[in-house]
Design a protein around this ligand. Structure first.
Ligand code: GDP
Ligand code: IMO
Ligand code: MG
Length: 427
């Protein structure tokens, strides 16, 4: 039995889409286990780009089936347009895409509450969410109300569930100055979507178990990243789901004994989109350079991403909470030609210097930065470590030494091909 997890080790957007697509070459099943359309996973094949928000990043590889598991929250309109976009690229989803009937439905008032709350929040308390209704939908789930995808099979029952949830949200909507949408309008909108989605519904935990029993290779794809995890992230500036590797067991209904490896994805620098602490953030021309060379604009919202130096204590933290046994280091090419290069190796906190990521003192901790050697040669054509300039190689070795985790993959460009694979995911 072989299930592996691919998880973001920073604040999301580490290149999960690219690496999942790459590894799907040798996978039979690719499973998204958490989050919803707040994710934006970019796949670039032969220069052509596709951004998926809900559908697993393995979808462009005909050899693999794709599963959206019950840890997800699903906006049915987004799902149907995404299926259409994938099909329009000549890539069939028929018989290849399965959706958990237990995943929760994002309903029109969820994004509405999300947006109104963000607009009403005082400075310093705004989360900078993607406004896609993620928080309110998971709130419904935790409150044990709301509707699940399986409820799309019975529109009468669905109307009852939506009515109960809408009733619970109405005072909040009104207090925020919003108008609750009508139940009839919601059901009318959902009716044609239900016809498209119900044929895809399945007990996905059982489906994954069957695949594992047949000896198939299963890749569990995370969304967001470790530092956005509801329990282990920089709370409260986090998302509402279990993004870490352990979330794969909960979200996909796969027991921990089935997971063979966990691969963490990290950019060669850091980015964050939305509010919240980001100790190694760079202002000024260096930060701007990372943003423009790295194309650091949100794939979902288009917001400019905040940029900063690589945070090694944060990576050690991610290695711990996810149990990483491999790292894919992405976007190393973006560091080419940086006039100056630094990494964070430790933190100064009121209680002294620490090599740990100071998750509880993050607002006051000061990163200890060390300079590292720069390089100026383009590296996007490199396909082996020996083709990298010595300083770039040393940078990769520094990550290995500081985290104690081997770097299995070095990504040197957005395209599927622009990759140095040192160890296959399923090896
Ligand atoms: P995800 O959310 O983790 O899947 O990451 P996103 O797709 O949101 O953001 C990563 C961005 O970096 C996308 O635009 C990718 O096409 C791009 N990308 C991924 N790997 C590399 C790389 O090694 N080099 C460069 N230059 N771009 C990359
Ligand atoms: P992928 O899968 C980067 C951030 C938002 C905000 C916080 C909460 O593409 O890496 P939410 O809408 O989830 O309630 O927002 O989480 N966020 C992401 N940042 N990449 C993502 O996904 C993200 N999904 C959520 O910007 O700070
Ligand atoms: Mg993204």
């Amino acid at each position: 039995m072989t299930a592996i997890v691919i998880v973001g080790a920073q604040w999301g957007d580490e290149g999960k889409g690219k690496v999942v697509d790459l590894y799907t070459e040798s996978a039979d099943l690719v499973v998204r286990y958490a989050g919803g359309p707040n994710a934006g996973h970019t796949l670039v094949v032969g220069g052509e780009k596709l951004i998926v928000r809900l559908i697993p990043s393995g979808i462009l590889r005909a050899n693999a089936r794709c599963v959206m598991a019950q840890g997800m929250v699903v906006d049915p309109g987004v799902l149907v347009s995404e299926i259409d976009a994938v099909e329009a690229r000549g890539c069939s989803t028929q018989g290849r895409l399965f959706v958990s009937d237990r995943a929760h439905l994002i309903l029109p008032y969820h994004p509405l509450v999300d947006s109104l709350r963000e607009a009403a929040a005082a400075d310093g308390t705004r989360l900078g969410t993607t406004k896609r209704g993620i928080g309110p939908c998971y709130e419904d789930k935790a409150s044990r109300r709301g509707a699940r995808l399986g409820d799309l099979r019975d529109m009468k029952r669905l109307a009852q569930l939506v009515s109960r949830s809408l009733e619970a949200w109405t005072p909040t909507l009104r207090a925020l100055g919003g108008e609750p949408p009508s139940l009839d309008a919601i059901i009318e909108e959902l009716t044609p979507l239900a016809k498209r989605i119900t044929p895809l519904l399945a007990d996905t935990s059982q489906l994954i178990d069957g695949a594992l029993r047949r000896g198939e290779r299963v890749l569990l794809e995370g969304a967001q990243g470790t530092l956005l995890d509801i329990d282990h992230g920089t709370f409260p500036f986090v998302t509402s789901s279990s993004a870490i590797a352990g979330g794969a067991c909960v979200g996909a209904g796969v027991g921990p004994t089935r997971i063979r490896r966990v691969l963490g994805l990290a950019k060669a620098y850091c980015t964050r989109v939305g509010e919240g602490p980001f100790p190694t953030e760079l202002g000024g021309p260096l930060g701007e350079r990372l943003r423009s060379v790295g194309g650091e604009y949100g794939s979902v919202t288009g917001r400019p991403r905040r940029t900063g130096w690589l945070d090694l204590p944060a990576l050690r933290y991610a290695a711990r909470v996810n149990g990483l046994d491999g790292i894919a280091l992405t976007k190393l090419d973006v560091l080419t030609g940086m006039p100056e290069l630094k990494v964070c190796v430790a933190y100064d906190t009121p209680s002294g210097r620490t090599r740990e990521f100071p998750i509880d003192e993050i607002a006051t901790a000061q990163p200890v930065l060390e300079p590292v050697a720069e390089w100026s040669e383009p590296i996007d054509a490199a396909r082996s470590m020996t083709e990298l300039p010595a300083a770039a190689r040393q940078y990769v070795e520094l990550v290995e030494k500081e985290t104690g985790v081997p770097v299995d993959v070095v990504s040197v460009g957005a395209d599927r091909e622009a990759t140095i694979v040192r160890r296959n995911a399923f090896a």
